[in-house]
Ligand binder design. Structure first.
Ligand SMILES: [Zn+2]
Length: 290
């Protein structure tokens, strides 16, 4: 944050335009980054179906150090296993990501719901890193949007081999330059993807779960047996794209990625289904990730 502010001050000293930019950035910053957990949770709860500000606060997320373009902290929490990690015990490490697309509200809300069960069996056998809102600027925009504040689809911004050539070409040819799928001007050009990439390097997950909506299926990339179903979600290939997380991690880094596509982006599945997906997912991890 200090760097950002320093940068803004330096810019402002250079030109009058810089002063204007600094003012605009400061407005965005003040509007999007309330300084306390209560403030962050109030903003998030206004958007997330079924999540109250108090249940958000009980999840005890803290700023990870990552900050969105508009200054909202990327909130995270690590849940070590109940047994700890000493004495040669090596629990499976799981990175759980919600809401990389800001308009998929249920994809963040379900991660908040699952966080209630992190410290119970069977989740407490694993070591979790949980980030329920990867794209806070998209979620908190006046109208929630898929992309971040730069208009970048974060799930096309990961550094897959050949990105410089393949990602812009795919965007132009296959999507007709759809602004909702703009991959950015360079891989990891965005603070949100840079932070996720850094967390992948430091936490070293053995499996990544990324929650989306609204296709109502399960997708999978990487070196492990394919899951058949979690709850009512059945395996069905969504696709592998230049710059997507499944492509980057599952195909190129050999860390399996489960992509969960909930059936509706605004309306949560039933409580029973939320639990079934959770239990089937943990059961699959227990038997298939080593
Ligand atoms: Zn999505």
């Amino acid at each position: 944050m200090a760097n950002l502010i320093g940068l803004r001050i330096r810019d402002a000293a250079v030109t009058a335009v810089g002063v204007l930019c600094m003012a605009a950035a400061a407005v965005g910053y003040a509007a999007n980054s309330p300084p306390t957990p209560a403030g962050w949770c109030k903003r998030l709860a206004e958007r997330l179906p079924g999540i109250s500000a108090s249940s958000c606060q009980r999840s005890a997320l803290t700023p990870s150090g990552g900050i969105s373009l508009q200054g909202f902290p990327i909130l995270a929490r690590h849940f070590p296993p109940a047994k700890g990690v000493k004495d040669g015990y090596r629990p499976v490490r799981i990175l759980l990501l919600g809401g990389i697309h800001g308009d998929e509200l249920t994809a963040s809300a379900i991660v908040f719901q699952w966080m209630q069960w992190m410290q119970m069996a069977p989740a407490q056998d694993f070591y979790w890193s949980v980030i329920p809102v990867v794209n806070p600027d998209g979620l908190l925009a006046s109208r929630p949007k898929r992309v971040n504040a730069h208009g970048v689809d974060l799930n096309r911004n990961f550094p897959t081999p050949g990105w410089q050539k393949d990602a812009p070409r795919y965007w132009a040819r296959a999507t007709g330059s759809d602004p909702r799928r703009f991959p950015g001007t360079a891989p990891l050009s965005e603070p949100e993807t840079r932070w996720i990439n850094q967390e992948m390097e430091s936490f070293r997950p053995q499996v990544i779960i990324s929650v989306h909506a609204p296709f109502g299926v399960l997708d999978f990339d990487g070196p492990a047996p394919t899951p058949h179903h979690f709850g009512r979600l059945i395996f069905n290939r969504v696709g592998v794209y230049p710059g997507s997380l499944g492509n980057y991690s599952g195909v190129h880094k050999n860390v399996p990625v489960i992509t969960i596509e909930l059936p509706n982006a605004q309306t949560m599945p039933s409580d029973a289904e939320v639990k079934r997906i959770w239990l089937d997912m943990l059961n699959w991890i227990q038997h298939n990730v080593t």
